[in-house]
Design a binder for this molecule. Structure first.
Ligand code: GDP
Length: 300
């Protein structure tokens, strides 16, 4: 599994390894070592804010402890990277409510529908019953796409017509799941960001309607973001979190990007749990997020 993850993260891994190999080619620490570390962080999209913090930490440690060898600085860097991610490694506990209601939000194309399909697969394989709500009634093809995932994973999908009120679709789904004693409801939503206000109002309405049927729900408001869009996702997280309280994040498309360092920026800037990472288009290409596996897969 770990070797597979290394391959899936190979684009970001390449950038980091290139820098790490360079610093190990040096005998002693000099300014080029710091420059290389800074460059590898920035190039993999750790972002200026978080990179500055890491560099300040490394510089201080190296000078205060009079470190001259390469290996300790490499280990310090790795330890710092673990530390960032450890704080947001909080797995989703889905046994607490029945049905457990997951509302999936995010901009168009982020990978919501695909992630829902993968989650349906994952939870089914864990022995849970799942029902999906085709709440993206706005994007052409979204309902059909979710139905295909439903067929593939043998999970029921509740739909209404294109353009229907998403809150009504999700209401129907929760009602049906309650009567059938389904364990998990996963609801898709629309992500047309060009219409910010109406979209956020629509999502808020969905939360309100959910609470009518299930006072404790939704139990997870999961934001799906495209890891290949780099620092743009910081703006998206801020926006969604302002209107809805995001309780978990999924970062997709980490297989196709050299910008995997964005996870460190997200972890540093928001204390929102990262639940899963998406590393491909197939149904098993979604992993529980593990800080150690992620850092180890990137750093040699
Ligand atoms: P939505 O608009 O948010 O529902 O996004 P979709 O689920 O339709 O995904 C948009 C595109 O991204 C599709 O072509 C998916 O196959 C692709 N996609 C989603 N997740 C991943 C991933 O982890 N890796 C890769 N390579 N592609 C992905």
């Amino acid at each position: 599994f770990f070797n597979k993850l290394k391959v899936q993260l190979s684009k970001t891994r390449k950038i980091i390894n290139f820098g790490i190999n360079y610093i190990f080619s040096k005998k002693k620490i000099d300014h080029s070592v710091f420059e290389t570390i800074e460059e590898l962080l920035l190039t993999s999209d750790v972002g200026i804010h978080t990179t500055t913090k890491i560099m300040q930490y490394l510089t201080k440690e190296v000078y205060c402890n009079n470190i001259q060898e390469i290996n300790p600085i490499y280990l310090m860097l790795k330890k710092k990277m673990y530390k960032f991610l450890k704080t947001v490694e909080i797995p989703l506990q889905i046994n607490t409510y029945n049905p457990f209601i997951i509302l999936v939000v995010g901009v168009n194309g982020a990978g919501k529908t695909t992630t829902i399909g993968k989650l349906a697969m994952k939870y089914k394989e864990e022995g849970k019953s799942v029902m999906l709500a085709a709440g993206d009634t706005f994007r052409a093809g979204a309902i059909e796409q979710l139905c295909l995932w439903g067929k593939d994973t043998k999970v029921p999908v509740v739909t209404q017509h294109f353009g229907a009120d998403p809150a009504s679709v999700i209401f129907d789904t929760i009602q049906s799941a309650q009567s059938k004693k389904i364990d998990i409801v996963i609801a898709d939503t629309s992500g047309r960001l060009q219409n910010k206000e109406p979209l956020m109002n629509e999502l808020k309405k969905i939360v309100k309607v959910t609470k009518k049927l299930n006072a404790t729900g939704p139990h997870e408001i999961m934001l799906v973001i495209d890891g290949s869009s780099g620092q743009n996702v910081i703006r998206q997280i801020k926006l969604f979190n302002k209107f809805l309280k995001i309780t978990g994040i999924v970062i997709t498309k980490l297989d196709g990007t050299a910008k995997g360092g964005i996870l460190f920026a997200i972890a540093d800037m928001f204390s929102i749990p990262i639940r899963y990472i998406g590393v491909g288009e197939k149904k098993h290409d979604l992993y529980n997020f593990s800080s150690t596996e992620f850092v180890d897969a990137l750093f040699l």
